[in-house]
Design a protein. Sequence first.
Length: 178
Amino acid sequence: MVGALLPPGGPETSPLPPIRRIVTAHNDEAQAIVAIDDNLKAPILPSGNGVQTIWSNETSPADLSESGDRADVRVPIVNNGSIFRIVDVAPNSPGHMHRTTSIDYVVLLSGTLVMHLDGGSKTTLNAGDFVVQQGTNHRWENPMGEWARLMAVLLPAHEPLINGKKLTDDSSSIAGNH
């Protein structure tokens, strides 16, 4: 599995460059300010990939009065609001087939990935490519010898109803990995 590709006592964070995150807010006089300007490193999970939540909101529409760092909260794979996440996919990773009840807006920032769908299709993605993932069963394979980085915004959705059958979450292969 992917974890075996990492050296013993492998990296605790992704070897890709840190993610600079700038978060705006309001001061007590209701003026716009930069509330957070920091660098985040994606921690390596048991899957062998690095995953870092940049920001999340528990509700939609978002409560902009909330304070605190919304990257510091433990978030599920999908919530009832929004999740802005970076995933660093390890070299030569086969990926894990999964489906979430969400609409995911994905941008491949660097590297090459192959999106596999359970219907048998394989689509090669290169840096700059966009994917709209509509609750489909998929996996991200990294066939290359270098790390790839994708950015995803996940929004909750209703379970798809296909020919009278509800398609539910199937994220057991990645559970606990986000």
